[in-house]
Design a protein around this ligand. Structure first.
Ligand SMILES: Nc1ncnc2c1ncn2[C@@H]1O[C@H](COP(=O)(O)OP(=O)(O)OP(=O)(O)O)[C@@H](O)[C@H]1O
Ligand code: SF4
Ligand SMILES: [Mg+2]
Length: 355
């Protein structure tokens, strides 16, 4: 029997109230995550991609038990985690750490680097008091910082160094999985690759698993073993990085891959343009959420939610009624001007912001 996954989430859903009437009763809800299941194995990186607002961070936070789902369950090593048990939550919150976009806001400006990295050791009682300074020095070295920098405050470090402090602080808790939520998108391009290389190196040395959230397919290609693509709260495609990035099946994934500014020589890319704007998550279209923009949509797409399953030929699982009968992706067209709708989608996707 294969070992249980480090994290397995089943049927997670979450909505947020975004409007109330005069009596305070909810009138409008955003369905941020809608019936999502995923798992991350030992030493594995599962990347989560999708446009801004599609539910990536909400899903990541549910997986880490930072927010309770409306529906669904989370298991760690095959053991269900109860959101009502403080003991369960404490365990998961130590074993699943978060590294997010803005390292400055993640760090208390009144604490030194050494205090910040030492805090989880104390909170989780992981190292005897007498050994804490040595452990902090070890962690700083592990992330490429010098031990004498322990006395400095966050504002005395560069953005990349601050992200290294955040990573060291996460490592101090001895996690098994780290949810990396856009960990390099606030950093200069030159610093981005240093942090990504550090994450890869730490994964190899410490056997970490990553749930890696990003809207940058270039970064995803560099980091991911498997890729899950989200659209309006649902996973629409999931498979190995090669399956999803080199031979995407879902029309939405095809559009993202075709528009990505990543040179993929020899790969067949391109797809018909995506028309129309991203629908509101308050009232997502019925059936397949993507039908309002999909060039292949038919009546069934407006009525029935497609199951997320592999096609007849295997490969990535795609939530598309026509996963087996779509025309193959076109090779790239030289210097074609994208339609205004596709240009908007590309801009929003690469900027990580959608109107
Ligand atoms: N606490 C909240 N209250 C109300 N709405 C929320 C809350 N958190 C998230 N949302 C909404 O839920 C949806 C999903 O948000 P989420 O932050 O998970 O998206 P995301 O994919 O991480 O986006 P981004 O790429 O911009 O970080 C969005 O429509 C967002 O506005
Ligand atoms: S189910 Fe229909 S609308 Fe949705 S992606 Fe497939 S063809 Fe397009
Ligand atoms: Mg987010």
């Amino acid at each position: 029997m294969s070992a249980p996954q480090v994290i397995r989430a089943e049927g997670l859903s979450k909505s947020f109230v975004v409007g109330r009437d005069l009596l305070g009763r909810p009138t409008r809800r955003v369905r941020a995550v809608d019936d999502v299941s995923l798992s991350v194995g030992a030493r594995e990186t599962l990347a989560l991609v999708g446009e801004s607002g599609c539910g990536k961070s909400t899903l990541g936070r549910m997986v880490m038990c930072l927010i309770p789902p409306d529906h669904g369950t989370v298991e760690m090593h095959g053991q269900p985690v109860s959101h009502r048990s403080e003991r369960d939550l404490r365990q998961v919150r130590r074993k699943a750490q978060l590294v997010f976009q803005d390292p400055y806001s993640a760090l208390n400006p009144r604490m030194t680097a050494g205090q910040l990295i030492g805090e989880p050791l104390m909170l989780h009682d992981l190292v005897p008091r007498a050994d804490r300074a040595a452990r902090v020095a070890e962690l700083m070295e592990a992330v490429g910082l010098a031990a004498p920098q322990a006395d400095r405050y966050p504002h005395e470090f560069s953005g990349g160094q601050r992200q290294r402090i955040v990573i060291a602080r996460a490592l101090a808790a001895e996690p098994e999985i780290i949810v990396c939520d856009e960990p390099v998108s606030a950093l200069d391009v030159s610093v981005q690759s240093q942090i990504l290389n550090l994450l890869v190196d730490l994964q190899e040395r410490l056997g970490l698993s990553y749930l890696f959230i990003s809207h940058d397919l270039g970064v995803v290609q560099q980091m991911a073993d498997r890729v899950a693509v989200m659209y309006l709260g649902r996973i629409v495609e999931i498979g190995t990085a090669a399956e999803v990035l080199d031979a995407p099946r879902h029309p939405y994934t095809r559009a993202l891959v075709a528009s990505a500014p990543v040179a993929r020589p020899g790969k067949r890319r391109g797809s018909p343009p995506v028309e129309g704007d991203l629908p509101s998550p308050v009232a997502p279209p019925p059936g397949c959420h993507f039908h309002t923009r999909c060039p292949f949509a038919e009546d069934i797409c407006r009525r029935e939610v497609p199951a997320l399953i592999s096609g007849e030929a295997g490969g990535a699982a795609a939530a598309c009624h026509f996963r087996d009968s779509l025309p193959p992706a076109e090779p790239p067209r030289p210097a074609a001007t994208p339609s205004p709708a596709l240009a908007r989608l590309m801009t929003a996707f690469h900027a990580g912001s959608v109107p």
